[in-house]
Design a binder for this molecule. Structure first.
Ligand code: 16G
Ligand code: ZN
Length: 553
């Protein structure tokens, strides 16, 4: 039949090179860009099948390798809600990517379709939106994805062009909600909700001086800087200067720049000079789904004061908590209250000082394993869930139920001539935040605008933000082992369950340090075991990490 023929054809056009082994991992398939075509083509087949299974709802494919070197590339799939592909399809993704020949591939698809109750070749439809970053292998891999999608009868591919990863996730989500989903719709939403914050919702006495308005953004020579250049003139109240914008001659993608570099190395990215000392700076990663802030501390060395994902999380959490408190404890005539469950989600990499800070402010903090798919899912359990990884990936999610309550509260308050009351304004701030922040996935551009809006609202300098708490000194090490899967973790990766003696050794080492905390986990993206240690001094953190690494070897 037609369906069989198409699958056999496409599989023979993209033979799997011998010795290649793909694993869907924490964030899709990733490898040297030149070797990725077979895996990307098969991801195209997979995405089309996913859409058929979900009654033709739009599914997304992003071609990117995020913060990895320019020669790498990768592919991941977004589900109709704009989140990561449902985890129970990952084993099939792996099997499909590694099917050795066209026949094996066909059999796998037929069997899987049968198991999942997907009827192929019938009168179904499927649609897949595609986006890619600026990598040189992007266009070639896009073509492989298109061929994969077209191998499923009835599937329709829509190329959305060169985008940030979160833009594509946003488009998939919007399309399935029946909202307009083009790039200009995305920009309009960001610009409008940001302007609302800055012009209407910031107290009038907190206009901010020139330095407060100035922001330098390291675009990692990726797609985020390009998009920011397109909209920055329309952003009222901030004066943005983009470095490493990806323009010809500015430098190489992610090389000595970007959020991953700044967060791990804690030094100034390429393209900054002593003139920038003291100015508030932000850094995006290559596909603009991670955000960190920093400030050059002095002209004499390249060290930075870092504001990582944990501190962005803390800023967001305080802001949301404050608005909820205003709404609920205002004692206004209207006397409406809105109990809301606010949840903060972190991973074991969150600095212990941030967790303590959040708990001291009465916030509920929970932990999940590393990887956005775990954090996001947990955050969805709350009325408002805020999640961040220390590396700068995170966002805020609002439940539909909460948003509709908020809507009716603000309707009531405004018609009661209470317009302009503190309670009404707090409700409007929450509403604007829910429209500004990308609820599909962490988004450096929308995150950055929310940070800027909150700093203005609070009248805070970078220094005020930095001083929320001081990070405990920490150290990360990688250990090469023969088989990283021999280490199995539990309790959100904070404890080792196998090999059984390892946790005892870690506990013993940790007990020797003041404020000591240490865990090990197999990486989901590299062939290594990672060790993380923190303690009250850098010397102790270093030595704790080293001795535990020794036990892992
Ligand atoms: C991926 C994850 C990131 C995680 C990192 C951990 C997504 C979109 N990205 O980049 O969240 O922090 O992997 O890498 O989920 P590791 O397993 O090598 O430590
Ligand atoms: Zn990224």
């Amino acid at each position: 039949r037609e369906q069989r023929r198409r699958l056999l054809d496409v599989a023979s056009r993209f033979p799997l090179p011998s010795g290649c082994r793909f694993s869907y991992g924490t964030a899709g398939f990733r490898a040297d860009g030149a070797t990725m075509a077979p895996a990307v083509c098969r991801a195209g087949i997979l995405a089309a099948l996913r859409s058929v299974k979900l009654a033709g709802a739009a599914v997304g494919i992003v071609i990117t390798a995020s913060h990895n070197p320019v020669g790498d590339n990768g592919v991941k799939i977004a589900d109709p809600d704009g989140g990561m592909m449902a985890q129970h399809w990952e084993p099939f993704a792996d099997a499909l990517a590694n099917a050795p020949d066209p026949d094996a591939l066909l059999q796998l698809v037929l069997q899987f379709a049968k198991d999942e109750g997907i009827s192929l070749g019938g009168h179904h439809t499927a649609q897949v939106l595609l986006g890619r970053d600026t990598r040189p292998t992007g266009e070639y891999l896009l073509d492989a994805a298109l061929q994969g999608i077209n191998a499923i009868v009835g599937a329709h591919a829509i190329d959305m062009g060169i985008l940030t990863t979160p833009q594509l996730h946003w488009m998939v989500r919007s399309k399935n909600k029946g909202i307009k989903a083009s790039e200009s719709d995305y920009f309009t939403q960001l610009i409008d909700s940001f302007s609302r914050h800055m012009l209407e919702l910031v107290p009038k006495d907190k206009g901010g001086d020139e330095l407060a308005k100035k922001l330098i953004v390291d675009g990692a020579n990726g797609i985020g800087g390009v998009k920011l250049e397109q909209i920055k003139a329309e952003l009222s109240g901030i004066d943005i200067n983009v470095r490493n914008s990806g323009k010809e001659g500015e430098g190489i993608l992610n090389h000595m720049c970007g959020a991953d570099f700044v967060q791990k190395e804690r030094v100034t990215p390429h393209g900054f000079s002593p003139e920038d000392v003291g100015v508030r700076c932000a850094s995006l990663d290559g596909d603009a789904d991670r955000l960190v802030y920093f400030r050059m501390s002095s002209a004499s060395d390249n060290k930075v004061d870092l504001v990582d994902g944990d501190k962005i999380l803390s800023l967001f959490a305080l802001f949301i908590r404050e608005q909820l408190d205003i709404i609920n404890n205002n004692g206004s005539q209207v006397n409406k209250s809105m109990p809301a469950r606010l949840g903060i989600v972190q991973t074991a990499y969150a600095n212990g000082a941030s967790t303590q800070f959040l708990k001291n402010h009465g916030l509920e903090v929970v932990f999940t394993p590393t990887g956005v798919k775990y954090l996001h899912k947990k955050a969805l359990e709350y009325d408002i869930g805020i999640y961040f990884e220390a590396n700068g990936h995170g966002t805020i999610v609002f439940s539909e139920d909460f948003l509709s309550q908020l809507q009716s509260l603000s309707n009531e308050l405004s018609s009661d001539a209470a317009n302009g009351s503190a309670q009404y304004r707090a409700a409007m701030r929450l509403m604007a935040a829910s429209q500004l922040i990308n609820q599909a996935v962490g988004d450096a551009l929308s995150g950055l605008l929310l940070v800027e809006a909150i700093l203005q609202y609070k009248g805070w300098s970078f220094q005020n933000w930095c001083e929320l708490y001081s990070d405990l000194p920490s150290r990360q090490l990688k250990v090469k082992v023969i088989d990283r899967s021999s280490i199995v973790t539990t309790e959100a990766e904070t404890k080792v369950s196998q090999p059984s003696s390892l946790q005892e050794l870690i506990d013993k080492e940790t007990a020797n340090c003041a404020h000591g905390r240490c865990f090990v986990r197999p990486s989901g993206t590299e062939d290594v075991v990672r060790v993380y240690a923190e303690a009250s001094t850098q010397v102790e953190a270093d030595s704790l990490a080293r001795s535990v690494a020794h036990h892992v070897e």
